[in-house]
Design a protein around this ligand. Sequence first.
Ligand code: AP5
Ligand code: ZN
Length: 215
Amino acid sequence: MNLIFLGPPGAGKGTQANLLVGTYGIPQISTGDILRSAVANQTSLGITAKSYMDAGSLVPDEVVVGIVNERLAADDCAAGFILDGFPRTVAQADALGGMLQGAGRSIAHVISFEVDYAVLVDRLTGRRMCRACGRGFHVLYDRPSVEGRCDSCGGELYQRDDDKVETIRRRLDVYDEQTVPLKLYYERASLLRKVDALGSIESVSQSIQNIVASR
Ligand code: AP5
Ligand code: ZN
């Protein structure tokens, strides 16, 4: 089962991908997590990506396409994958289509997280991420069992640099300009499945599982 999670920053893509990994045993491929890890390790990829990420802009297409191409070839993606935060531009979607076609694979569903932008600032400013495994929590809506520690791996929780109000606004503008056109792109391919992402984490998860189970 090959899935794409499409939605604005803070819509819940990472949270839901994390839950689905446990249910279906397929990996989550988050380009954001891969880039943050490269930044933390100060690799050449990280040095290139940092200024774009800090500004809330997209990292150049060729950079992220290269990352995904390499990641999809790994053994753990053979039975399926969840792409979280990729593609984000029409050029990335075209590149993904080429990669999958070349490998005789296809996308089953593009899950579109439908959410009122008013809730996103609140979700993002209250988010805390695990430094070790990248899992997200929220200070009000998804609290860790032990303050400041990840439930999955015990890692330290931190606040992302780009979860500041000014950067969040820029990320939402970038989403509107560059990523929203992908909804029509995948609707035309009959792959778009809209999910109401305003409900609780559990209810959104149920909606996604219903889609995955029904088709
Ligand atoms: P990335 O890491 O992909 O960030 P994003 O798309 O902006 O998405 P987020 O991680 O902010 O949100 P999410 O939808 O995963 O929400 P979450 O589940 O955490 O990208 C970061 C940067 O990397 C980009 O700006 C860009 O520079 C670069 N980049 C990445 N991919 C790229 C690409 N393909 N091309 C170019 N550049 C790229 O939830 C948010 C919070 O809300 C959490 O605290 C969570 O606990 C809470 N929450 C979740 N669901 C609910 C719910 N139902 N109710 C209440 N609270 C909830
Ligand atoms: Zn963790």
